[in-house]
Design a protein around this ligand. Structure first.
Ligand SMILES: [Fe+2]
Ligand SMILES: [Fe+2]
Length: 131
């Protein structure tokens, strides 16, 4: 299983599309680790990369939404925050030796990213085009 970016994910912003592609890459790397039976330490490192990348992406998306005056910015920020907290929880588990089920972690992240882009990110994409 790998997640491939395609035009259906496009938010009509080249820079943000590129960030989403990198986020997909980070998830694919994590999943490769899961599949190859990497140690919890390695998985935690891969997940940390993903979390750091997501944080950077969320920040840049929030700056963009603010710039265009997107009315649902607060709600959208809360979704980003909830994701960050969930990943933080997974990381704590890996780091404390109570490793979570890594396939479930992968599925959670994949579902979240796909749904978030298609439902939430698309809203600011539409808004930015309709201005
Ligand atoms: Fe996004
Ligand atoms: Fe977002």
């Amino acid at each position: 299983m790998t997640i491939e970016w395609n035009e259906k994910f496009s938010v009509s912003n080249t820079a943000i599309d590129a960030e989403h592609k990198s986020l997909f890459d980070a998830l694919n790397s994590f999943y490769q680790g899961v599949q190859s039976g990497a140690s919890n330490e390695s998985l935690a490192a891969l997940l940390t990369k993903l979390a750091d990348y997501a944080a950077t992406h969320f920040r840049s998306e929030e700056i963009f939404m603010k710039k265009i005056g997107f009315p649902e910015l607060d709600r959208h920020k809360q979704e980003h925050q909830a994701f960050a907290e969930k990943i933080g929880g997974f990381l704590e588990s890996y780091n404390s030796g109570k490793a979570p089920a890594s396939f479930e972690v992968t599925h959670f992240i994949m579902d979240w990213i796909v749904n978030h882009i298609k439902r939430e990110d698309m809203k600011y994409a539409k808004f930015s085009q309709g201005r």
